[in-house]
Design a protein around this ligand. Structure first.
Ligand code: T4K
Length: 404
């Protein structure tokens, strides 16, 4: 049986905050004795995981398309309603393999407002990531901006479902069809999300999932490409295992992208607790939203109530109306041992090698640059208790309201 959410919450604040004098930036003790991480992994079904690990060790089959990976792939494909789930060692290798299997080349349009792996997975294979701007309201690609970045060298578009909120899938598909481009999605944040009522994982030529430790659903390290395309799936299965088709028979160029059995076991154990994990996330997200509602210049990005979402990312935006800056709030939270993050500041276009390659990219990325200066990701997940959320909100409220 999965542990119940109340058993797995652990972060308890160790002080009551009434005024600014109670804040760690003013010399008080930190609110949390241990760091409260944004990406603290959900580990909710320990006994089940340990049972799987025992069986794996007994079987002496640790990797190379073992039975636990196969079971994991079957369950993920069935859950998402796709024909194929090709499990990989992480989301970045899954992106690289999908990009190569789709024969992308030249230039590929991506958002800059994403984890840098989206761009790196192209650049690593000699393809130029071309950054298109986002809609600052959704944090996802702006279809008009995508159109503006198409050149004769463009071979594809990688949409990202940032924070698990679906990219404008229909509009991107229409652009891809109109210009003969391939479309795939980085769905690293989107396990458990839907678009117009249909599960994310079923759009474009394929979608790429990450099951990294910091994700709502984790396999420690892990990723997968999901697709309905039989040929594409077969190519990716070859590519993730050096191109081997049976013993001694290499029929394709390949690499080592395999998921190991222990990671798949973590996935199976966590899969059975997904509803509990998502329920805690939803509760915390609602609490943050309510507690910060009247703080000037601070808002929590909402999730569409008619779509599913893991509610894993609590995305706070701090704008000019707030009497205290985003960076001062982050510094004050860190002093309390609350390790809030500025994901994905400053935007991939301002990171290496892209800032050298495209020093003026920011001129085309006004929405990205605006959002990058506003965002704070707040802790969420099975180890974040209502008391912890309340303390975090109290600190932000104090900083903002007493600076007014
Ligand atoms: N596309 C997108 C849109 C993505 O967001 C990502 C990954 C990818 C592609 C690539 O997928 P993978 O190849 O990673 O499967 C973290 C994750 O490493 C990365 O997976 C994730 N996105 C990104 C959003 O976050 P960092 O550089 O922030 O990691 P780090 O080490 O600072 O850890 C984050 C926080 O979590 C820290 O406060 C520490 C805490 N933590 C971390 C680990 C690993 C723990 O408490 N326990 C842990 O075991 O990138």
């Amino acid at each position: 049986m999965p542990d119940s959410p109340s058993q797995i919450e652990s972060a308890v604040p160790n002080k009551i905050i009434r005024s600014k004098a109670d804040l760690a930036i003013h010399g008080a003790q930190p609110a949390f004795a241990e760091p409260l991480h944004v990406g603290r992994p959900n580990i909710v079904n320990r006994d089940d995981f340990m049972r799987h690990v025992g069986e794996i060790l007994d079987s002496h089959w640790l990797t190379n398309n073992g039975p636990v990976v196969q079971e994991f792939e079957r369950r993920i494909a069935a859950h998402l309603g796709v024909k194929h789930c090709v499990a990989m060692c992480n989301g970045t290798i899954a992106l690289e393999i999908a990009i190569r299997a789709l024969d992308l080349e030249g230039e590929v349009i991506v958002p800059s407002w994403t984890f840098v792996a989206t761009a790196h997975s192209l650049y690593w294979q000699g393809i130029t990531p071309v950054f298109a701007d986002i809609d600052p309201d959704t944090h996802n690609l702006d279809p008009d901006a995508v159109r503006r970045m198409i050149t004769p060298r463009t071979s594809g578009i990688i949409g990202v479902h940032l924070w698990g909120r679906a990219a404008p899938i229909d509009e991107l598909q229409a652009i891809a069809d109109e210009h003969g481009l391939k479309l795939m999605f980085d769905a690293a944040h989107a396990f458990g999300s839907s678009y117009k009522g249909r599960t994310i994982g079923r759009f474009g030529a394929c979608e790429v999932l990450s099951f990294h430790a910091t994700k709502a659903f984790n396999t420690m390290e892990g990723g997968a490409v999901v697709t309905d395309d039989d040929e594409l799936a077969e190519t990716m299965r070859l590519m993730r295992n050096f191109g081997f088709k049976g013993y001694d028979n290499v029929i394709h160029p390949g690499t080592n992208g395999k998921m190991i059995e222990v990671c798949a076991a973590m996935g199976l154990a966590n899969f059975d607790s997904l509803d509990d994990i998502f329920a805690v996330n939803r509760r915390n997200h609602a609490q943050y939203t309510a507690a910060l509602a009247d703080v000037p210049g601070v808002s929590i990005l909402a999730y569409d109530p008619v779509e599913s979402n893991s509610h894993h990312y609590v995305v706070a935006e701090v704008d000019e109306q707030c009497p205290v800056s985003r960076d001062d709030i982050v510094a004050a939270l860190h002093a309390e041992n609350i390790l809030a993050r500025k994901y994905f500041w400053p935007g991939a276009h301002r990171m290496q090698p892209y800032c050298d390659l495209f020093p003026h990219a920011g001129l085309m990325l006004a929405g990205t640059e605006r959002v990058a200066e506003r965002v704070i990701i707040l802790p969420n997940g099975s180890s974040v208790s209502p008391e912890a959320v309340s303390t975090i909100c109290t600190i932000i409220r104090l900083l903002a309201l007493q600076s007014a």
